[in-house]
Design a protein around this ligand. Structure first.
Ligand code: ATP
Ligand code: MG
Ligand code: MG
Ligand code: MG
Length: 583
């Protein structure tokens, strides 16, 4: 059926939404694909839902292709299975927990290992039942600390999660490889540029976990790859043994990557260490003597983040924060941020005196909270003399107790496999394949009887694809200054037919072409609105359907214009031949 713009539930916007920073967020909102309902909560409008469904279909197709069977669990789950594996608590603040009217605990599923393991246990019992792969495409809930960039990091999002159940380690290796190959096919079909990186240390086996990262400068993941070998790893994954526990005094300060223009954490620490905070400190820009800073407020946000995260607040010289004095020196938005900050729940948040003592005790660690190791910090002074931008760059992750978890990796370092040197880049996680082993099978005693009626413990894998995130990731990689540029595989329509003029001939010709294309199985969006050609062209570009067919003045000479949205190339095609040309 032809979709008519005149009746399509669509309103495009000329302006970027105020809260949007990354291109996909701006364009998906402007082009009327999604609308924000809450932080990290978006509704899908007709165009967006079409793209989402097409991606879902590709994922489903490839999952069915490896023999995976689709099932569906509720998102609302009882506490007990998650209690059994310890994840009710381990998940921390990211888990949405709730109570029913009887006071019983529930959660909204962030991922479903427990439920799949329990289902395998209740339905399967013999070695003949294995191996098996089950999957669902289902809404997940995570109370992300920083929902960002529209649907890129939602608090409610669509994930394909699958789980493999095998009798042996070799079986698990096979199931893992099947998924890895299926993911390669999925992301290739989606036309994405991506890398596959090691996601864990290797302590659990060579390829125990890998991530698929879409290449994007706006991505939150940093990975390194070798210039010569195929080595590629998320920087989080390059692990060295933790050094013996150290006393607070000789705990190493965070190592930053000094570059001429990037102030280091040390310089920031040095600045904060100066209890008077009256002196010059080099934070990329030099403080002047006029900078009589009476308080410090550190907020951090990574490139592309929607919201600032509070890192530390304090008043030099004060043991307790004088709330009034602090607030008097802050912007309203910053005061709101203070009010919202949950100091009790966030061990990384310092409120109080920021000076040598606080830094010695814990400040250094706060500054290298792994969640905020890169980003931009603002040091706000009471006098509002200036905002000082500090890029915090750390290659070294610290656990909350201060031990070093990951080695510092930096560009130019030798690759761990000894071949070539490392280069770093950013990416967005689109998929994750993971050999879980027997953790969940142990928790639920998931066994099968083998040929000799002996119990064999099952080994599991879990595999995720961020289906809704993919809509944004594709948009991130595929757009230009005029709007979205969808790959054909996922585009909401194949052709936009634009009626450029008002004449009856043009309308009739466009309707006929649209009908014939539709009959030939082409998905047509017909712009039959009573709007100016300029508005129609702009919307056609913004919406990003791969082919734009314009029925305009050329019709008098028997031609219509066919434009390729991606290349911008236009050609005139005889009106009689255009359907054949496009099918
Ligand atoms: P991230 O590192 O981006 O937080 P994750 O490692 O927590 O992702 P997984 O638990 O591996 O995510 O989930 C599988 C997939 O689900 C991820 O690879 C990603 O594509 C997607 N995903 C995870 N969190 C979100 C989210 N908040 N919004 C949208 N998609 C998400
Ligand atoms: Mg996450
Ligand atoms: Mg991740
Ligand atoms: Mg992951």
């Amino acid at each position: 059926m032809i979709t008519r713009m005149s009746s399509l539930f669509l309103r495009t916007l000329r302006e970027d939404p105020a809260d949007a920073e990354v291109p996909s967020h701006k364009l998906l909102v402007r082009a009327g694909y999604v609308r924000r309902v809450a932080p990290g909560g978006y509704s899908w409008l007709p165009l967006g839902l079409r793209v989402l469904r097409r991606i879902e279909d590709i994922v489903r197709d490839e999952m069915n292709g490896i023999g995976a069977q689709e099932i569906q669990f509720p998102a609302l789950l009882p506490r007990e299975p998650y209690e059994a594996t310890g994840r009710w608590t381990e998940y921390g603040d990211s888990l949405f927990r709730l109570k029913d009217r009887k006071g019983l605990d529930y959660l909204l599923g962030p991922t479903h290992e427990e439920l799949f393991a329990l289902t395998a246990k209740s339905e399967l019992s013999s070695y003949k039942d294995y191996p098996v792969i089950l999957y669902q495409i289902q809404t997940k809930y995570r109370d992300e600390a920083r929902p960002r960039a529209g649907i890129l990091r939602g608090r409610e999002f669509l994930m394909k999660d699958s789980y493999s159940f095998d009798l042996s380690d070799e079986g698990l290796e096979r199931s893992y490889q099947l998924h890895r190959d299926a993911y390669v096919r999925i992301f290739d079909r989606l036309g994405l540029k991506y890398v596959i990186v090691k996601a864990t240390s290797g302590a659990m086996g060579g390829s125990a976990s890998e991530e698929f990262l879409a290449e994007a400068p706006t991505g939150e993941d940093t990975y390194v790859r070798s210039t010569e070998s195929g080595f590629a790893a998320n920087v989080e994954a390059v692990v060295t043994p933790a050094p013996p526990a150290q006393s607070t005094e000789d705990k190493p300060a965070a190592q930053a990557h000094p570059t001429p223009d990037t102030p280091t954490i040390e310089t920031l620490v040095a600045f904060l260490n100066d209890s008077s905070l009256n002196t010059k400190a080099d934070l990329g820009r030099t403080f002047t003597a006029a900078d009589t800073l009476k308080n410090v407020l550190l907020k951090v946000r990574r490139p592309g983040d929607e919201e600032w995260q509070l890192l530390a607040v304090g008043l030099p010289g004060d043991r307790e924060v004088d709330q009034k004095r602090l607030e008097a020196s802050l912007e309203p938005a910053e005061v709101a941020m203070l009010e919202e900050a949950d100091f009790a729940a966030n061990p990384f948040l310092v409120k109080g005196y920021i000076g040598p003592k606080a830094l010695q005790d814990n400040g250094v660690r706060y500054l290298v909270d792994p969640r905020v190791v890169t980003g931009t910090a603002w040091v706000t002074g009471a006098d509002k003399v200036d905002h000082h931008v500090v890029d915090l760059v750390c290659g070294r992750d610290f656990t909350p107790d201060g031990t070093i978890e990951a080695a510092e990796v930096r560009e130019g370092d030798p690759s761990p496999d000894g071949k070539g040197t490392l280069v770093a880049a950013r990416g967005i996680e689109i998929g994750h394949v993971f050999q879980l082993g027997r953790k969940y099978a142990d928790a639920f005693e998931l066994d099968a009887l083998d040929e000799n009626s002996k119990l064999v413990r099952i080994t599991m894998g879990s595999y995720g694809v961020g289906v809704s995130r993919l809509v944004a990731v594709i948009a991130e990689q595929s757009h230009d200054e005029h709007g979205l540029v969808w790959p054909r595989e996922v585009a909401p329509f194949d052709v936009t037919v634009v009626i450029a003029g008002k004449s009856d001939e043009q309308i009739a010709a466009a309707e006929k072409i649209a009908d014939e294309l539709d009959s030939a199985g082409v998905r047509v969006l017909l712009d039959d609105r009573k709007a100016s050609p300029g508005v129609k062209f702009a919307d056609a570009e913004l919406v990003g359907v791969p082919t734009i067919l314009v029925v305009g003045r050329g019709l008098a000479n028997g031609v219509v214009e066919v434009k390729d949205r991606r290349s911008g190339e236009r050609e005139e095609i005889a009106v009689d031949g255009v359907v054949g040309h496009l099918t």
